[in-house]
Design a protein around this ligand. Structure first.
Ligand code: 9YT
Length: 129
């Protein structure tokens, strides 16, 4: 069993920050459970485009307000506390945070922690040995 607290991750390699967001990775591929689990904060006023070509991601908003745009269809969805989106088609998407968004995110296959977004918001597929 693994028990952790968000604050335990502060400043560690599990605490990843970019201009628009901060993500603390609570479960990574090294835990070998088949998924990764992240607490992600998207800063108010920011717009970020992501495209996880190699991963399926579920995102559950627990705080804040914003919009999600499916870049493949142009559809725009409101995001608020209680909204979940599942990127089961590897859709390229854009998240706008009208207010700071707090998201619980699950990735399959799990993120190892070594991925970096490329210019298109894509993560490469990296697996643990
Ligand atoms: C909302 C969202 O797409 N979060 C992704 C997780 C975050 N970018 C990370 O941990 O890399």
């Amino acid at each position: 069993m693994i028990v952790t607290h968000l604050e335990d991750l502060d400043g560690t390699e599990r605490d990843v920050q970019s201009e628009n967001w901060r993500s603390r990775r609570m479960v990574l591929a090294r835990e070998k459970v088949g998924f990764s689990f992240h607490d992600t904060v998207i800063y108010a006023g920011t717009t970020s485009t992501f495209h996880y070509q190699n991963h399926i991601e579920a995102v559950y908003c627990v705080q804040g307000k914003g919009t999600l745009t499916n870049e493949e269809t142009g559809e725009v969805f409101p995001i608020r506390d209680g909204t979940m989106y599942l990127l089961d088609g590897h859709e390229k998407h854009t998240v706008y945070a009208e207010e700071e968004l707090r998201m619980a995110c699950v990735f399959n296959p799990p993120v190892t922690g070594r991925e970096v977004h490329d210019a298109d918001g894509v993560y490469p597929l990296i697996t643990e040995d």
